[in-house]
Ligand binder design. Structure first.
Ligand code: IVH
Length: 666
């Protein structure tokens, strides 16, 4: 075995890839291919210094990146103008013909693949860059991920320089298979092939990307006139070079031919293995394209003709109740699976309970559903009504049995039992640990999920049972990160005040200000809980209601929260771990801000609750909206226009966070 033999084997496998992905006409069986591939791996294991970048084995295995590098491209990646009906398509045709002084060009009519736009750069025939569209001019370097997509040629059959654009997509069958697998494991389903492909390409770990079966089709050569006189010829060149192109592009040389092609797609559209959301009509001749030119956004020589949304009917079998991170309880329709434009639909979004009422849904109804491109299907109407009762919203949470609440004037139904509700577990823990609440450094969404999945925690009370040793058992968790997390939890615990703790529990509508006034009265969580235990709901609500700023709604939320048995269990755990901090007495003294009324807004460098506390400690008062009485508006980054306008109208001085610091010192 010589290096020459090795290179020949690389070329042989590359050629088989081309036969398979470009020609769709393989000359060897899968088994024979696998054998060659194994042989290649074996050689590379013994001669790692021989490995070339274009070896088919180099598609996967790159290390994850934390951020994609930005790439600025000389030729902006434009998007296409859309039309939705034949009249508009005719208008495009007329504009083109007029722009060419009456010449009727050859058009290419091609399927508009519903995937993720990509640009590939080849230098001397070797793939050097794969970039996303981004804002058109600046995209992201996703080369490592793109390489893992089967069909992306790593090395062309000729050593030429070339930039091509195309689409990365997932076939409908592969999408359905992934979702079926996810359903089996109780994982959240992907919405559609397009989002899945896009999400996969933007994954930061190429090894994960390699697990998502994706394909590619390239449809435009950048600066095509350098290689050919027209589009069809340039695509033929791509194919020759080993780049996959669409086998479904056709020529039209008159309006009649063009519209006949468009009509022919009404039936063909579903027969393609990938989703097609319309057609792209392009002028073939490159000189004509140049003559027609572009607007700032679109080429004038091409247009997208979008297919109308697909509607089918099916039977409504069940209403599944979902609960979001904020406690919103929403209905999802479970349907008899039907095929809509080639993907299987078994669920439809119902948005909220008002929509269920508006549609007048009953179990067993035959309903019309619509799927428009990237949107999750929705129920349009009831086609044949079933007998039986109308579906009504639940009154108790199906997960924790808490009584549901509907806020006045809002359509959402809420489960108020945030920390006690198993369905809200992740959101509640994440909120508790977040900035402005307990501030547990480094404990974000991903880590919370990992801890819950590993069975280490199931609520906020369990956070305080974690140890370095327990964390070391986790995937990708080193000693240092384990120690840091334990330290962060201990730090949060020792820094906690009762008001901080209370505000971190996620009681509906109880943020830092209300937590503060309640904490001022009860001083400790145990005292507040004892008050709830000793008194009737009525008496406790009345007592809370007496506190300045606490109204009946808030008092009721707090009462309900404390009486929920699931919440009680979690709060017992906190107590067992000694988390019952006392609220420090804030003596209102004369300070630099005595008599001043401040409004704090925008993003600050420290949690807003802390800033408010310091203002109060300095003798000032904090309000939520700007009025004539306001002394200063403290404006952080991205302060809203409304607040600034109100300040101007009322003659209120606007100051920065640094200026506020100066006031504290004065
Ligand atoms: S040509 C300047 N051809 O549709 C012309 N685009 O809405 C560039 N697309 O960004 C695009 N199939 O991601 C072209 N056969 C096709 C296409 C296609 C899908 C996508 C592409 C583009 C978007 C425009």
């Amino acid at each position: 075995m010589t290096r020459q033999d090795y290179l020949a084997l690389v070329d042989e496998l590359t050629e088989h890839d081309r036969r398979y992905y470009v020609e769709a006409d393989p000359t060897i069986s899968d088994g024979e291919y696998d054998k060659l591939n194994k042989q290649l791996l074996e050689i590379e294991k013994h001669h790692p210094d021989w490995i070339v970048e274009w070896s088919p084995t180099q598609r996967i295995g790159h290390a994850p990146v934390s951020e994609f590098a930005k790439v600025t491209r000389p030729v902006a990646m434009l998007s296409l103008d859309n039309t939705y009906n034949e009249d508009d398509l005719r208008a495009f045709y007329d504009r083109v013909v007029k722009g060419l002084d009456g010449d009727v060009p050859v058009f290419s009519v091609e399927p508009k693949i519903d995937g993720f736009g990509i640009e590939l750069t080849y230098k001397k025939g070797q793939l050097t860059l794969g970039a996303t569209r981004g804002d058109g001019r600046i995209g992201e370097d996703v080369t490592a991920n793109v390489k893992s997509v089967k069909g992306v040629a790593l090395k062309l059959r000729e050593p030429i320089d070339l930039v091509v654009r195309g689409e990365i997509y997932m076939t409908k069958a592969e999408f359905d298979a992934i979702n079926a697998e996810r359903a089996k494991h109780g994982e959240e389903l992907f919405k559609n092939p397009r989002n899945t492909a896009a999400g996969s390409i933007k994954q930061q770990d190429p090894r994960e990307v390699a697990k998502r079966p994706m394909r590619t089709i390239l449809y435009e050569v950048v600066d095509g006139e350098r290689y050919a006189s027209g589009h069809f010829a340039s695509l033929a060149l791509l194919k020759q070079l080993g780049i996959p192109t669409s086998a479904h592009n056709s020529r039209a040389q008159s309006w009649e031919e063009l519209i006949a092609q468009v009509h022919s797609w009404a039936d063909r559209r579903d027969s393609l293995p990938y989703e097609v959301d319309g057609l792209v009509v392009k002028v073939d001749d490159f000189a004509m394209r140049t003559a027609l030119g572009t607007t700032s956004k679109f080429p004038k020589w091409a247009i997208a003709y979008k297919f109308p949304a697909r509607q089918v009917t099916t039977i409504l079998r069940e209403i599944e109740i979902n609960i979001g991170r904020t406690g919103a309880v929403t209905p999802v329709a479970i349907l008899d699976p039907v095929d809509v434009s080639g993907t299987t639909v078994a669920r439809a979004s119902l948005h909220n309970w008002d929509q269920v009422a508006r549609l007048g849904l009953r179990i067993g109804d035959r309903v019309t559903i619509q799927k428009a491109g990237e949107i999750i299907p929705e129920i349009l109407n009831v086609t044949v009504s079933a007998e039986g009762e109308l579906i009504v919203p639940p009154t108790v949470c199906p997960f924790c049995k808490s009584e549901l609440e509907r806020e006045e004037g809002r359509v959402v139904l809420l489960c108020p039992n945030r920390i006690g509700c198993p369905a809200q577990r992740l959101g509640a823990i994440e909120f508790f640990a977040g900035r402005g609440q307990m501030n547990i450094d480094g404990l974000g969404e991903k880590l919370v999920e990992q801890l819950v999945e590993a069975g280490l925690i199931s609520d906020i009370g369990d956070l305080f049972t974690l140890t370095v040793n327990k964390l070391l058992g986790l995937d990708r968790f080193g000693k240092l990160s384990a120690e840091n997390l334990i330290k962060a939890i201990a730090k949060a615990k020792s820094a906690a005040t009762f008001s901080k703790l209370l505000g971190s529990l996620g009681i509906t509508n109880v943020g830092s200000t209300l937590a503060q006034v309640i904490a001022n009265k009860y001083r400790k969580l145990s005292t507040l809980r004892a008050a709830a235990a000793d008194k009737s709901s009525e008496a406790l609500i009345a007592e809370l209601n007496d506190i300045d700023k606490v109204g009946n709604t808030i008092a009721t939320h707090v009462d309900k929260f404390l009486r929920d048995p699931h919440v009680a269990k979690v709060l017992d755990k906190l107590a067992a771990h000694g988390l019952d901090p006392e609220e420090p007495i804030t003596v209102v003294t004369e300070g630099p801000l005595t008599g001043k009324l401040l409004v704090v807004t925008g993003t600050l460098t420290q949690p807003r609750a802390d800033v408010q506390k310091r203002i109060e400690a300095a003798g000032g008062k904090v309000a939520g909206s700007v009025t004539k009485k306001t002394t200063y508006l403290v404006a952080g980054a991205d302060t809203g226009k409304t607040k600034l306008e109100a300040a101007e109208k009322n003659g209120v001085k606007v100051i920065t966070e640094e200026e506020l610091e100066a006031l504290f010192q004065s």
